[in-house]
Design a protein around this ligand. Sequence first.
Ligand SMILES: Nc1ncnc2c1ncn2[C@@H]1O[C@H](COP(=O)(O)OP(=O)(O)OP(=O)(O)O)[C@@H](O)[C@H]1O
Length: 281
Amino acid sequence: MSQPIVDLEHVFVARGASVILNDVSLRIERGEHVVILGPNGCGKSTLLKTLTCELYPLSLSEDSAERLLGTRTPPKTRVEIMGRQRWDLIELKRRMGVVSAELPGKPTLTTSGYDAILTGFFSASTLWPNLTVTEEMRAKAEDILKLVGAEKLRDKHVGEMSAGQTRRVMIGRAIAGNRGVGESSDPKMLLLDEPTNALDLAAQQDLRELMQQLAEQGTAILLITHHIADILPEMHRIVMMRDGRIIEDGAKDALLNESQLSELFGRRIFMSERDGFFNAW
Ligand SMILES: Nc1ncnc2c1ncn2[C@@H]1O[C@H](COP(=O)(O)OP(=O)(O)OP(=O)(O)O)[C@@H](O)[C@H]1O
C-alpha cells in the first residue's frame, strides 16, 4: 500500500488545561476525498492544527494513561504527515494547501489577487521584496487565476474583496503552494476548513462548483465542516467527531442519514438529498 497522507495513531492533544483530542486515530490515503464532520467545539480545528503540526500530541505518562484510558500502559502515539514526523511548519502548510476559515493576515490585505496567488509559491503573506518571482511562477499563477475563476480579481486588493472573492483567491494561493514549481511528485491536496462560512447562497454554490472541479481534476480534498451542504458527491468517506473523539469513520452511504446526524449533533435532524448533494435542518 502507498504511503498515506495522514497517519495518526492514538493521538491526544491538550489546549490549555484540557485534553481536547482524545485517542484519535486516522489514516488518509493519497487522492482520497474525506469529510471531517462534527458540531461546534468537537475538536475539528484542533485536529486541523494537529495535521498542520501547529499542535503536538501529548506524550502520556502512566498516570495520565490511567486517568484517560483506565490502563497504566500509555498507547503508542504517532503523527505522520506525508510520511514524515517532523516538518518545517511553513513548508508543511504550503504542501498541504491549507485554506482556513479565518481572514488573511494584514500584509495579505494590501496584496492584489494575482500577487496573493503568487505568494502561495513562497508560503508568504505578501510579495516581500526579497522574494524572486520566476516566469514559471507567473505562468502558473495565470493558469490558477483562471482555474479558480478570479480573473476579475487580478488587480483588486484582497482587503477590498468580498468573503467569497477572498476565499476564491485563498484557494488559488493554496493551489499554487501545493503544486509548486518545477516537476513535483507532491500530492495535490487541499485542506479546507469551513470553506463556505460567511458566503451567500450564490457564493456557496460557486465555491462548491470550484471544489468539484478541483476534485475531478485529481486534487484530493480534506473538508472540515459542520455544513452538510458542503459535502460533494465526489466525497465518499465521512469521519464524524464528537467531544474530541472520532465516533464514526466510514462510507458516506452508510453514515449520512438522519439517525446518524441526530446522534452526532445531539438533536433531531432532518435531511434531504438532491443530485448527490445533501441538506440538513
Ligand atoms: N486556545 C485554546 N485554549 C483552550 N481551549 C481551546 C482553545 N481553542 C479551542 N479550545 C477548546 O477546544 C475545544 C475544541 O475546539 P475546536 O476549535 O477544535 O472545535 P471545532 O470543532 O473546530 O469548533 P467550531 O465548529 O466551533 O469551529 C473547545 O471546547 C474549545 O473551547
